[in-house]
Design a protein around this ligand. Structure first.
Ligand code: C2E
Ligand code: MG
Ligand code: MG
Ligand code: MG
Length: 290
């Protein structure tokens, strides 16, 4: 009996494994087709200036919209896209699309905003990232100094010599560089000083605990102080509450991003919001009668 049970367990196990494998394969096939069929869309989340509380830019965030199905968030397909290498053509599409959208907003009379685009380590190591960015800027006519590429700490640790060369070549194009999810990886101060980085984005896991977790408060305050010393801009991700905002304001954080201000939205909704905030900014500069 035990022998039989053992065999059944084994069979069950391999069956489960091959189900998972075939599901992955199916998803991979669907993702490839989705890219060819134009089923990916970009949403944009406003980045807020701490001084004025006005938007200074947007982060482009990819979503998958299969026809007649619910929108799929990046967490459900980016990992597989990275494993399979599909992230390279997908990332190219994201960069092109974001820069075209940015150009269209400028042409529509909106102020030239920063557009932040997430990069995958696979794109960073692809060997033609610099050429790609140069070509996309030229084709779209989007101003280089408005494009910000978001890197992660993991990218910066591998092969430091080549990394410095790539980052300098990107900076020579005139674009901006930030480190996303900062604090979750292993950046040393020496690396931060050596790499031509413009901005740190404090990971939302620290921001989440700002109200009641002493460690998160100290880590966040330290990253902000460190940014001051290294002359980097600093942004807090995932700002959801007034309490978090109050702490960040007291700590001297430069920029905010989070649901307290805006959720990621489709391009048309962002444009409407920008037109509105522009009106409210104009109203806000009328001096108080005193
Ligand atoms: P990320 O780059 O750190 O982007 C910020 C994520 O936090 C976004 O999730 C955004 O919707 C979410 N977020 C913003 N404010 C808040 C808030 O106040 N509270 C909470 N709970 N979440 C907030 P999203 O859009 O689901 O993207 C998840 C991740 O997927 C991104 O994290 C990024 O690592 C990756 N990703 C998204 N688009 C791309 C892309 O085009 N290329 C690559 N390589 N990765 C991407
Ligand atoms: Mg990001
Ligand atoms: Mg990220
Ligand atoms: Mg992040």
């Amino acid at each position: 009996l035990a022998k039989q049970e053992g065999r059944n367990t084994y069979r069950f196990h391999t069956q489960a494994l091959s189900d998972a494998a075939s599901q992955r394969l199916q998803l991979e096939t669907r993702l490839r087709r989705a890219l060819a069929d134009g089923e990916f869309v970009l949403h944009y989340q406003l980045l807020i200036d701490a001084q004025t509380e006005a938007p200074i830019g947007v982060e482009a965030l990819v979503r998958w919209q299969p026809p007649a199905e619910a929108m799929v968030p990046p967490a459900a397909f980016i990992p597989l896209a990275e494993e399979t290498g599909l992230i390279v053509p997908l990332g190219e599409w994201v960069l092109q699309h974001a820069c075209q959208q940015g150009r269209a907003w400028i042409d529509a009379g909106l102020p030239a905003m920063i557009i932040a685009v997430n990069l995958s380590v696979r794109q960073f190591q692809s060997g033609n990232l610099v050429d790609l960015v140069r070509r996309v800027l030229a084709d779209s006519g989007f101003p280089a100094d408005r494009l910000e590429l978001e890197l992660t700490e993991g990218m910066l640790m591998e092969d430091a010599e080549q990394t410095v060369v790539t980052l300098k070549a990107l900076k020579d194009l005139g674009i901006r560089l930030s480190i996303d999810d900062f604090g979750t990886g292993y950046s040393s101060l020496a690396y931060l000083k050596r790499f031509p980085i413009d901005k740190l984005k404090i990971d939302q896991s620290f921001v989440r605990g700002l109200y009641d977790d002493l460690n998160d408060r100290e880590i966040t305050a330290t990253i902000i102080a460190m940014s001051r010393i290294l002359k980097l801009d600093v942004l807090a991700e995932g700002v959801e509450t007034e309490q978090q905002l109050a702490f960040l304001r007291d700590s001297g954080c430069d920029y905010y991003q989070g649901y307290l201000f805006h959720k990621p939205e489709a391009a048309a909704d962002v444009a409407k919001r920008l037109a509105e905030t522009r009106r409210s900014i104009r109203m806000a500069v009328i001096p108080d009668p005193e």
